[in-house]
Design a protein around this ligand. Structure first.
Ligand code: SF4
Ligand code: MG
Length: 291
C-alpha cells in the first residue's frame, strides 16, 4: 500500500454544484476512501454518465471519463476489461442509472464485474431543474407531476439483490464517516458493488431534505443485521416502502462471494489486456471474413 493524502486527489477546477448539495459530501468521502486504501491517482478511474452527480470525475485528481446519459456502466466495464488491475468507480444519479441506464445496470450486475457503482440518489432530476425521477416518492409534487407522483418508486436495493450484485449498500450523504467506511468496503469487495446514496438536492427536492433523512435513517449494524442473509436483506430493502419512508435503514444490506467476470477470462489471467503486445495479433482472418 502506498501513502496517499486526501489533498492528492484535489483539483483546481471549481465545482458547479449548488451550495449545500449532498454531492460535496460524497466526493469528500470518496477521496477519503481512496486515500485510506492507498490507491494512487494513476491506478484509479472514475466514470460517470450525465447529470449533476456525473460532474464528479472533474473534481477528483484521478483518471476520469464523463460519458453519455445512462452509459457510465458500459464504459466502466470496458475500462475494466482493458485493464483489470485498475480500481474503477462509476458514479451517476438516479435518473441516469435507474432510468435510461437501467438496462445496463441489470446486465452488469449479473455478470459481476469488479466495479463500484455509487448512485447519488436525490429522488429528482437535478440538472434539468426538477422533474420526477424513477425514485421520486409517491405523492411528491414536481414540475412534471404537479398533482403528485402516482407511480411506485423504483427500488434499487431489492433490484440489485435480485439482479446479482454481490455487494449492496445504502448510505446517507449527511454522515460522511459512515459513507467513507461503506465506500471502502465497496471498493475492496471483489465483484459488483452498488452503493445507493440518499443525497439531498437542496435546490429542487424540498421533501427529502437533510432533516427528513436525519430523522428517519438508522444503521443496520446497530440491529446486528447479517449481510449474508439474502431474505433478510430483501426484507430490509422493502422497509422504506412498508413504512411509507418512516424508517430508512443504511449500511451493508447484502454481500456474497462469487467469481468476477474478469476472473473467468483466460486471456487476461496473467497480464492485463493493456499490457499485452499488439504486434503479435493477426486479424487478417477477421478482415477476410468481411470481404
Ligand atoms: Fe445538487 Fe440539486 Fe444543485 Fe444538482 S440541482 S447541484 S443535485 S442541489
Ligand atoms: Mg437525480
Amino acid at each position: 500500500m502506498i501513502m496517499v493524502a486526501i489533498a492528492d486527489y484535489n483539483v483546481k477546477e471549481k465545482s458547479q454544484w449548488c451550495p449545500g448539495c449532498g454531492n460535496f459530501a460524497i466526493v469528500g468521502a470518496l477521496k477519503g476512501a481512496l486515500a485510506d486504501l492507498g490507491i494512487a491517482q494513476h491506478d484509479a478511474v472514475i466514470v460517470s454518465g450525465i447529470g449533476c452527480s456525473s460532474k464528479l470525475p472533474h473534481y477528483v485528481n484521478t483518471y476520469g471519463f464523463e460519458s453519455l446519459h445512462g452509459r457510465g456502466l458500459p464504459v466502466a466495464s470496458g475500462i475494466k476489461l482493458a485493464n483489470d488491475r485498475l480500481t474503477v468507480v462509476d458514479v451517476g444519479g438516479d435518473g441516469d442509472g435507474y432510468g435510461i441506464g437501467s438496462g445496463h445496470f441489470l446486465h452488469i450486475m449479473r455478470r459481476n464485474y469488479d466495479l463500484t457503482y455509487i448512485v447519488h440518489d436525490n429522488q429528482i432530476y437535478g440538472l434539468t431543474t426538477g422533474q420526477a425521477s424513477p425514485t421520486s416518492q409517491l405523492g411528491m409534487k414536481t414540475k412534471t407531476t404537479p398533482h403528485g407522483v402516482v407511480e411506485m418508486p423504483f427500488n434499487p436495493l431489492s433490484t440489485a439483490i435480485n439482479g446479482g450484485a454481490t455487494f449492496v449498500a445504502r448510505v446517507f450523504a449527511g454522515d460522511i464517516a459512515h459513507m467513507k467506511d461503506v465506500f471502502k468496503q465497496a471498493i475492496t469487495h471483489k465483484g459488483f458493488a452498488l452503493v445507493d446514496v440518499f443525497q439531498p438536492c437542496v435546490t429542487f427536492n424540498k421533501l427529502n431534505t437533510y432533516d427528513f433523512f436525519t430523522k428517519r435513517v438508522y444503521k443496520l449494524d446497530a440491529e446486528g443485521h447479517d449481510p449474508g442473509d439474502r431474505m433478510k436483506a430483501l426484507e430490509k430493502a422493502y422497509e422504506q416502502v412498508k413504512t411509507n419512508y418512516e424508517r430508512l435503514p443504511v449500511g451493508v444490506f447484502y454481500k456474497e462471494e462469487r467469481p468476477t467476470y474478469e476472473s473467468t477470462l483466460p486471456q487476461i489471467k496473467d497480464k492485463a489486456l493493456a499490457e499485452q503486445p499488439l504486434n503479435a495479433i493477426d486479424i487478417s482472418a477477421a478482415y477476410a471474413d468481411m470481404e
